[in-house]
Design a protein around this ligand. Sequence first.
Ligand code: F6R
Length: 604
Amino acid sequence: MCGIVGYIGNQEATSILLAGLRELEYRGYDSAGIALLETSSVKTFKAVGKLDNLAAKVGSYRSSGAVAAIGHTRWATHGKPTEANAHPHGLTHSQVVHNGIIENYQNLKSTLSTPFLSQTDSEVIVHLFEKHLDGHGNAPDAALAAFRATLDELHGAYAILLVSELTPGRVFYARKGSPLQIGFAAGGCYLASSDAPLLGLCDKAMHFEDGQWGVATADTLQVFDANGAVVEPLFAVLPASSAAAQKEGFRYFMEKEIYEQPQVLADILTGRLRDGAVEFEAFPADWLRPFRSITLCACGTSYHAALVGSYLLERLARMPVKVEIASEFRYRVPVLDPEGLFVVISQSGETADTLEALKLAKAQGLATLALCNVDNSSMIREAAQSILLRAGIEKGVASTKAFAAQVMTLWLLALHWGQAKGLLDGERWARELAALRGGIDVVKVQPALHERIHRLSKRYLHGHGFFFIGRDLFYPLALEGALKLKEISYLHAEGYPAGEMKHGPIALADAGLFTIALMARTTLWDKIKSNVEELSARDSTIVAITPEDFELADDIIRIRAHVHPMLEFFEMMVVVQLLSMEIAIRLGNDVDMPRNLAKSVTVE
Ligand code: F6R
């Protein structure tokens, strides 16, 4: 969720680092910083906000001679976007930049006596490194051993770059779960968390594997695996353009973001499942307990996530839940429960209607909570409490991974609340926990499934409309599938509760009406089956998304069989996202920038 860069050589380093960070700014931009190790002293610059603020702080400063330098652009997860929380983090002689999450940072921190300056999980790395090096001199081998000892203590995900005044001309690096690559050229050695900053500087790069770590100089590289065995560096040719590099080989950002969903779900769980309970770093364990009811308020895709949340909160936490479309809510003179919690859900945190709804609830004295993907956004600042969605920057206008993150976060919230009320016994909790973890695997795009959807999509480029239908949790998913399709394909699509079709819409059924049936095996299977049979009997063309055989389907997109409804939900979510995208691409549309839409709707 952050971007990191490094440089070792004799060239001027501030401009190299700032140019590299600009290529990564799309990944996070709430603060940034650089550290320049020239001969044997480090100079750091940090600034809150966009990179221009960092460039202004650097001003006319230019490095001279040999330098080892590291830089970071941040997307806050632990601690607010302040200068103190911006990377690099330093202690007496070393500085570190980190991308990822150190899950056990609080335990590690409690073992250290050195003073901490930030609220981040990352700062613990530099403290551990200096502790392990203390008393072992300043030979590069001692520093390498201290770095290894540090890595051995870290749980979680990371890409790390570290420099120390005791070892000039060197950058220590490590990768586990967060990308990191290195390239060499006549000008020196370049490191980055994605290809984009290396383009135009190096022709080839080594993409480190998980568990690899080591040390680099301007023209040498030592690589070790997780067991400490030496690894022979392997370099691959870099892509041709920076836009292509940002998309990392995918045709569109939307496609890349669909493929990123396993990482997003894993990031959401990181550090939140402790001692058999769900914990949120944002608020104390019993904060939710006194609330008597909950109102979820949002727009568009985020509203669909809210609807999913309402089923989960009712079921798992037995809470009375209301779901509101923000643009309707704010003008309705709503009657609010003074003892209720008002929750806004938003990718951007800036959607005008949702923000105004939040202000209205706050003005009426309600406790408020924002679930947002952008830290320091207006909603996060306005709400009493907030939970960051941890989806990373979403570039495609059609929301995909942010929706997955919203649903996952609401599920965790429902579990947290259910536990606080003592509603989840050991067996129930074990079942939920297995499903939470299983979700990460379920949203991994299987190549055969993607290929099948790609091939199938050519049959669905015409007709007079699509009906996505589902029941229970799969009804909001039907709404979301229809929204995805219409916003990027410009074809008419509606989401409907399957049981409602016979109350009117079934009049539209003929061979040109495409029914996309979300036929969950875990949830009301017989009911949805008979709803789809009714449509088939009226000649509607049926695409069944299901783990079961269903002979009336014109096409089946088969998902795996699951025991938990949320696993079926997440697998079907990927299917409807890919189906919409493949249809839109075949129609020649730019799925990242669909006509008439904007990523953040800051007007009414
Ligand atoms: C659809 C989509 C929109 C947003 C809506 C709310 O793909 O992205 O429907 O969900 O504009 O935006 P946020 O979540 O930023 O409040």
